[in-house]
Design a protein around this ligand. Sequence first.
Ligand code: FAD
Ligand code: NAP
Length: 313
Amino acid sequence: MGETRHTKVLIIGSGPAGYTAGVYASRAMLEPILVQGLEPGGQLTTTTEVENWPGHTEIQGPELMVNMEAHARAMGCEMITDIIVDLDTTQRPFVAKGDSGTVYTADAVILATGARAKWLGLESEEAFKGFGVSACATCDGFFYRGQEIVVIGGGNTAVEEALFLTNFASKVTLIHRRDELRAEKILQDRLLKHEKIEPMWFHELVEVVGENDPKGVTGVRVMHTKTGEITEIPCKGVFVAIGHAPASELVKDVLELHNGAYVSVKPGTTETSIPGIFAAGDLTDHKYRQAVTSAGMGCMAALDAERWLAEQE
Ligand code: FAD
Ligand code: NAP
């Protein structure tokens, strides 16, 4: 049996929402505990340049998150390396169990667990994960120097990953199921002008092809969405960038959700369907999903928690 820690405010998640909640809750003298989870710093640690964080024309994602963590720590937020595996919302104080064995009891909880990469769900994709199939260009792009690569998707992530991968790859094929990109126009322009990138419209990945000795990808089979025609493209790397799903597993059976699995909050607040549980960032937001909007909600969650706790007294 591990130790039990009590806090007025438990913040679960260490992305922009969690760290910003940490800054505000600390400054409200709530002595928050922040549990960082499997990915300290959150999604921005998997990217390179961030060009839309106000105050920085350009900053590296990991650097921005290290700064945010340091800021929250400096204000007095306690950082804990642990993963919350269970949250009991029926008891007061709330009870959260850590993977480490530590039990956290909290008068209020701020959920900021964000989102995780989606996969296509193909058997061959699963078989070659880590052996040529990746969802993180920043993490794995370096392994594909001078090689041909495909990127799947048409959003900001896919386009940014394709552009980033041109630093290593001899050629990048962007495979998209439509002929229109969802990505911001400025990114689309850069992609379409890039000599190393070839878009392949109206195609879907149907199989990752590879060999087992040594294990690695040799190509992909893609299907034309209108004609059904199959084409094989030789490549060494496959980067799946088809979006992210909210990490709401901890609360999916107890909180109201929307658009599938996003946690619902009362409009204009971060209040969930259970008083004392607040939610912020990508976990709640299927629409904007930006660092700055997540940070804004983190601030709101800490202020909402502070007022709610004051009302309880
Ligand atoms: P996340 O950043 O998703 O962080 C979630 C946190 O929760 C993580 O620390 C994780 O470890 C933790 N966690 C999850 N489950 C648990 C658990 N059970 N216990 C404890 N902790 C847990 N946005 C921009 O504004 N500009 C950009 O340039 C930009 N570039 C991007 C590039 C990429 C490749 C990606 C994937 C996203 C990008 N985004 C960008 C979007 C931005 O990263 C997200 O909107 C933002 O990170 C969401 O912040 P968040 O705090 O809600 O959650
Ligand atoms: P996204 O915007 O949801 O885009 C996902 C893309 O993948 C879409 O083009 C979609 O196609 C495609 N797709 C989804 N499921 C698919 C499937 N099963 N098979 C084939 N293609 C599939 O996700 P994202 O690009 O990861 O972006 C997530 C959020 O983070 C967004 O809000 C984005 O703005 C933000 N973000 C911002 C930046 C930035 O500001 N620079 C950078 C990265 C991410 P359709 O278009 O046909 O639906």
